[in-house]
Design a protein around this ligand. Structure first.
Ligand code: PBG
Length: 332
């Protein structure tokens, strides 16, 4: 697109900034409640709402409370929730079989929500880390993450989530070939309408720290995730991963983390024009919250500004722990 600017005083940009009504008329990008996906943490027990220390304002909920939280999301006009389990240490094993247990936290919560809340999409996470004694997203043996063996487990996990009624499966594991395997298995088992949102460009990031506390994976993780998550320095690889996952049957793609990777969001949207999402991850949340709580920044405005950036970059939506706060802010 060719942008034209008449020489001053033909153009005075301040004309269209003079009042809030005029500013609203010329606004190029809009953040709406339907852009929001709210990640929720689950735990065992009854009537529990426990705050995560490194994520002030974010809670783990017991499954008996989850419908209430989900209906709050629905009433706020949020589009979807995304479920992450905090798994008790006794249930973490080498083979991660809790991941496809029909009665695991994620599957029970999905059934609860689907039975009680009707205008809300449920997204569930496919990866082994919440269930893995080694803390990794895949099977770990002889110092190596075992790609192809892991895929078989991920397929079982995805099928158990489809069986429980999930709307969107979000593979966050970064094994090669998992999208194709999951798509084939879904088709074969007559889950033809289950969406896959691939964590296609997921970087090995220092911004996941608080999340690993939230799901109880910090203690168990040995080493790092650099053999499967991306190198922060790469762009072309991200685009190849996105194309690969689309070819294998992903309906939507995600870039993660968010704010440090806005360039990737923009290129993904420009190059492929597919539904594109960003994950404003736990460390991004923690930074903004910490500064806001110290009154070093204006929290509400910083939150809205951080999310509008994703819209400007071309994202269709954002996974953000700020979702309920933002929905309320947008109402005012
Ligand atoms: C792991 C997973 C992670 C997140 C979502 N799924 C962490 C990781 O890769 O170690 C991070 C989300 C966040 O930081 O908010 N499957």
């Amino acid at each position: 697109m060719k942008l034209t600017v008449a020489p001053f005083p033909g153009t005075r940009f301040r004309r269209t900034r003079r009042t809030s009504a005029i500013r609203a008329l010329v606004q190029e990008n809009v953040l709406s409640k339907k852009d929001l996906i709210w990640p929720l943490f689950l735990r065992e027990g009854t009537n529990i709402k426990e705050e995560i220390p490194s994520m002030p304002g974010v809670f783990r909920h017991s499954v008996d409370r989850i419908s209430e939280v989900a209906s709050e999301a629905e009433q706020l006009g949020i589009a979807a929730v995304c479920l992450f389990p905090y798994t008790e240490i006794e249930l973490k094993t080498k083979n991660c079989s809790e991941a496809w247990n029909p009665e695991n936290l994620s599957n029970r919560a999905t059934r609860e929500i689907k039975a009680n809340v009707h205008n809300l999409a449920v997204m569930t996470d496919v990866a082994l880390d919440p269930y893995n004694i080694d803390g990794h997203d895949g099977y770990f043996r002889d110092g190596i993450i075992q790609n192809d063996e892991t895929i078989k487990a991920l397929v079982k996990q995805a099928l158990s989530q489809a069986e429980a009624g999930t709307d969107i499966i979000g593979p966050s594991d970064m094994m090669d070939g998992r999208i194709g395997a999951i798509r084939q298995a879904l088709e074969k088992n007559n889950f033809k309408d289950v969406c896959i949102m691939s964590y296609a460009a997921k970087y090995a990031s220092a911004f996941y720290g608080p999340f690993r506390d939230a799901v109880g994976a910090s203690g168990s993780l040995q080493g790092d995730k650099k053999t499967y998550q991306m190198n922060s320095s790469n762009t072309n690889e991200a685009l190849r991963l996105i194309e690969r996952d689309l070819m294998e049957g992903a309906d939507m793609i995600m870039v993660k983390p968010g704010m440090p990777y806005l360039d990737i969001c923009q290129r993904a949207k420009e190059d492929f024009g597919v539904p594109t999402f960003a994950y404003q991850v736990s460390g991004e949340y923690a930074m903004i919250q910490a500064a806001a709580q110290n009154q070093w920044i204006d929290g509400p405005n910083a939150i809205l500004e951080s999310l509008l950036a994703f819209k400007r970059a071309g994202c269709n939506g954002i996974l953000t722990y700020f979702a309920p706060m933002v929905a309320k802010l947008l109402d005012n």
